[in-house]
Design a protein around this ligand. Sequence first.
Ligand code: 3HC
Length: 325
Amino acid sequence: MLASILDGDDAAGAARPDEELTDVENNAADTPTDGRILVVGAGAMGAQIAMACALAGYRVRLHDIAEESLEKARANLTGVMERRVAKGRLSQAESDAAFARLESTTDLDGAAVDADVVIEAAVEKLEVKQDLFARLDTLCPSHTILASNSSSFVPSAIGARTERPDRVCNLHFFNPALVMKCVEVVRSPDTSDATMDAAVALVERLGKEAVVLNKEINGFVANRILGALRDEAVALLEGGYASVSDIDKACRTALGHPMGPFELQDMTGLDIGHAVKQGRYAESGDPADQPQRSLAERVEAGHLGRKTGQGWYRYDSEGNKLGEA
Ligand code: 3HC
C-alpha cells in the first residue's frame, strides 16, 4: 500500500505521472498524490529535497528547529523557482501548486503524525541523527519509512535506536538536489524489501535515478569515488604541484567534470566534506582518513565555501567567484 501511495497510485485515484517525463520540473506537478513526506532540516539539501517532493505532487512538511532556517529556505526556493518560471522550465501555476503543497514548520511532533516517509537532512552528526530517529520512531505511524539523506552514515547506525529497523534506509540526494538526478537508496541488513521497493518508487516518482546499495558501506558509491578524487586533489595542492584553480581546470578540461573538486567542495560546503572524513576516520582509525591539514584549517577558520563567502576560493555577496582564497 505504501509503495503504491508513493508511486502516485493512491486510493483517491490520482493520475499516474507521465513516465516519459524525467525532469523534476515536469514530473507530475499537476498530479497530486496522497503521499505525505516530512523533510527534517531546512538547509540547502533539505529545502531542495522538499521542493522536489512537492513538485512531484506530494504534500510536504519541511521542519527545522530554527524559524530563521525555514525563512531562508523559502527565500532560496522562491529564487530558484522564479528563475525556472522565467526560463520557461515550469509554469507559474505549477510553481504555485508546488509551494501550496509545501508547509514549513518548527513543530516536529505535529509534522510527524501523518508522514508516510521522513527524509532526514539534519546536521551530519551521528548522535543527532540517532536521537532524531529514536524520536521520530515514537512520533510517526507504524508504517512510516524513516530515511536519512546522510552522505556517510549507514542506515543500521542511524536507525540503531528505533523499533523499526526494517523501515529505515538512506535516501542520499546530491547537491543541488533539484538538479542532480541520482539518489542512492541504501539498505541495512534489516531493511525490508518492501521498504526498498517503496523508496525506489519514491525516487522514480521524483523523476530521479535510483542507485541501489544492496549492502551498506560508509560513503556509499558516489561519495567514495568523489572522496578519492578530492583526496588526490588536496594531496597535489599540499605537495605544491599545482594551484587550486589549475587542479580544478584539469578536472573540467581533461576529464569533462562539470566542476573541479575544489569548486565542488565550495558548493557543497567544506564542513560537510570535513565531517565525512572525520566519520570515516572514527570508523577506520586509519590516519589516511583524517581530514587533511589544509581542509581542517579552513573549516576551523570558518571558511566553509560559498555559504560563508570563502572556502578554496573567495566569493562576492552575489556568489560570484573572485579568485583563490
Ligand atoms: N539550485 C537549483 N538549481 C540550480 C542550482 C542550484 N544551486 N545551480 C544551478 N542550478 C540549475 C540552473 O538554474 C540551471 O537550470 P536550467 O537547466 O533549468 O537552466 C542548471 O542547474 C544548470 O546550471 P548553470 O547553467 O547555471 O550551470 P552549470 O551548467 O555549470 O550547472 C551544476 C550547475 C548543475 C551545479 C553543474 O555545475 C554540476 O553538475 N556540478 C556538479 C555537481 C555535483 O557534482 N554534485 C554532487 C556533489 S556531491 C554531493 O552532493 C554529495 C553530498 O553528500 C554532499
